[in-house]
Design a protein around this ligand. Structure first.
Ligand code: ATP
Ligand code: MG
Length: 616
């Protein structure tokens, strides 16, 4: 329960709605509780038609009326002074009963309008709160939490918490109001009878709570199975090409069928338990009603405790009114338990502080100038892999640097550290003499263009994908210019809708090379001073590569460029070439000096030249 305490701030935020909701619940219950009394009075009136009017009878009748609510007493007073026939009185009472039901119903409508609407507002706020927090969390967090888990907490868990702030709270207050009103008038009217008829209700509440726990456990299991089933289905849709090319349709189908079978068995088990639920509830209520009639009838026959036929009817209606709220106790309790468990999961994420954030004395300003890596070492915290060790590199403003190295040698790590996605274990990275940890993250990441290795395009138009990250509306000419610099303009123009072509889910309509170049265009439109290309020409052919490199050379004229790759761009004049192996620099120099050095670079160069000659 303590986990749900964080929700209280939202109740406070929507306090007017909440308080109005409580008022409406009480009013709705108040008007509904008058109906049994009016009904009881009507039956007693009808009984008088066949019974002698003695002074004793009138006295007990008056005693009963004195137990009714003030409004009912006023109503009886009004009809008694008019001295109508009993038939007319019964008719008038029927109209009053109808009106009471109408008013009670109206307030119930208002109660849903306030409390359930409030819960939707809270759900909205909570989702936003979680999403905002998600956006602040750093790369390391996303490496250790699965997308499914993140999605679950913002959808499934939030909606369970909503069940608490909406229905559970509403039913709980409703329950308190109904039980309060019913018990008050029942005890006032006849406490002997009350004790007898209420005796089965605690059993009812406990049974329902117990059955509900079983139902919940089973539905949790079903929920988990369903989630497995969805994941299996989802993976087979997105991996359909792999499945088909490895001819695995049959085994996937088998896997899905097995999961499906499991799900079905559990769902049927749940249905069985649910089938016991309502009959057992009806049975216990039936026993209460039976007790009312039997014991009430006994009192009536023996003229005890002022019981009349009207009293019996009144009690039968009270019992019926209590049924739903009492059966809701178990249900509400389990709803609250589940909400608490969900809120606990949500809190875990909300309390996760991003490891990478602006410290209070960051220095605003521009990112420009020389880049220095001084004795930088870095180990990935989640895997313990040492990606860089004692790494030193100086890049003067305006230089073009090639970072070369085998896969897993730490090239991307260098880029990630420069953009402050992680803090190095030791050493410093400075740009223009300022430590990157002292530069506001926003400035650092807007002013350095980084083209990551794994291209990600949004399900949006090509133009919007290129303009992503730019403020306000973007001039189409700028988008086209960026696309031209990235050598993708001509291909885009060949699409029917050109720049307004939608990129499908994860960009399925584009080729790998096209996606890479669109993501280059996205980085170029920023007009940055420093730009880092992380292996972003791996999927283009040699001719396109040449074209891009020539364009980039022009584009990078006064800019600092770091190009990470496995290949050598022989047409590009780099100021510095760095070869990395296992997080350590093994070669550093210019094209000529490295050829002379006759190491990894020279070997790679020879292989590539040889390849070209063979192709020609
Ligand atoms: P490639 O050319 O294949 O892109 P790379 O030179 O960019 O390789 P890095 O991505 O820098 O290599 O990885 C260096 C080492 O750090 C590798 O051994 C890799 O397994 C590890 N590594 C990379 N990213 C992570 C991560 N997010 N969490 C844990 N370990 C990582
Ligand atoms: Mg890499």
């Amino acid at each position: 329960m303590k986990h749900l305490a964080v929700i209280n701030k939202y109740f406070w935020k929507y306090k007017t709605r909440f308080l109005l909701g409580i008022l409406f619940i009480v009013l709705s219950n108040y008007f509904r509780i008058l109906a049994p009394q009016v009904s009881g009075y009507v039956v007693d009136q009808a009984e008088q038609l066949i019974r002698q009017q003695t002074a004793a009878n009138t006295a007990t009748e008056n005693k009963r009326i004195a137990n009714y609510d003030y409004l009912v007493q006023q109503f009886i007073h009004v009809i008694q002074t008019h001295k109508n026939s009993i038939t007319t009185n019964i008719l008038i009472s029927a109209v009053i009963l109808f009106l009471l039901a109408l008013i009670g119903g109206f307030f119930m409508f208002l109660m849903r309008q306030t409390i359930i609407v409030m819960s939707r507002h809270i759900e909205y706020d909570q989702k936003n709160e979680i999403f905002t927090h998600y956006q602040q969390l750093d790369a390391a967090f996303y490496k250790t939490h699965s997308t499914g888990d993140l999605m679950n907490r913002i959808t499934e868990d939030v909606s369970r918490v909503r069940m608490y702030v909406g229905p559970a709270v509403m039913y709980f207050i409703n329950l308190a109001a109904t039980i309060g009103f019913c018990l008050f008038f029942m005890f006032k009217t006849n406490w002997h009878l009350t004790l007898y008829v209420l005796s089965p209700l605690p059993i009812l509440a406990v049974t329902i709570y117990y059955v509900n726990t079983i139902i919940n456990r089973k539905s949790e299991k079903i929920q988990a199975l369903l989630s497995d089933l969805t994941t299996a289905a989802q993976e087979s849709y997105s991996g359909i090409r792999v499945i088909k090319s490895f001819v695995q349709e049959k085994s996937m189908l088998q896997f899905f069928n097995d999961n499906s079978e499991d799900y079905k068995k559990n769902a049927i088990g749940l249905a069985r338990v649910e089938a016991i639920y309502f009959p057992s509830m009806t049975l216990l209520i039936g026993i209460s009603t039976l007790l009312t009639i039997a014991i009430g009838g006994w009192y009536l026959i023996h003229q005890q405790y002022n019981v009349s036929a009207g009293t019996i009817l009144e009690f039968v209606i009270y019992i019926n009114m209590l049924t739903f709220p009492v059966s809701a106790i178990g249900w509400t309790a389990s709803m609250i338990q589940r909400a608490a468990a969900s809120q606990k999961r949500i809190n875990e994420f909300l309390h996760t502080e991003p490891a990478i954030k602006d410290h209070p004395n960051v220095k605003p300003g521009h990112v420009s100038g020389d880049i220095h890596f001084q004795n930088v070492s870095f180990t990935y915290p989640n895997t313990g892999i040492k990606a860089l060790s004692h790494f030193n590199l100086s890049i003067k403003a305006g230089e073009k640097v090639l970072l070369l190295g085998r896969t897993g040698s730490g090239k991307s790590t260098i880029a990630q550290l420069m953009l402050h996605f992680y803090n190095p274990d030791e050493g410093n990275i400075t740009i223009g003499g300022v430590n990157v940890q002292d530069i506001p993250l926003k400035t650092l990441r807007t002013e350095i263009s980084y083209i990551p290795q794994d291209v990600f395009l949004f399900s949006d138009t090509i133009a919007n994908n290129i303009a992503f990250g730019q403020q306000g509306s973007i001039d189409r000419n700028l988008v086209e210019e960026a696309a031209k610099n990235a050598s993708v303009h001509n291909e885009i123009m060949r699409f029917e809708k050109q720049y307004d072509t939608m990129v499908g889910e994860r960009g399925v309509t584009l080729s790998g090379g096209q996606k890479q170049r669109i993501s280059i265009a996205r980085a170029l439109i920023k007009q940055p001073e420093i730009i880092v290309f992380d292996d972003c020409l791996s999927a283009v052919d040699a001719k396109t590569e040449n074209e891009i490199v020539t364009n980039l050379y022009r584009f990078l004229k006064d800019k600092t460029g770091i190009i990470i790759t496995h290949r050598i761009f022989s047409t590009f004049r780099f100021d510095k070439i760095v070869v990395l192996e296992d997080g350590v620099i093994t070669e550093e120099g210019t094209h000529e000096s490295l050829l002379q050095h006759n190491g990894y670079y020279a070997e790679l160069y020879r292989i590539q030249v040889l390849e070209k000659m063979q192709q020609a």
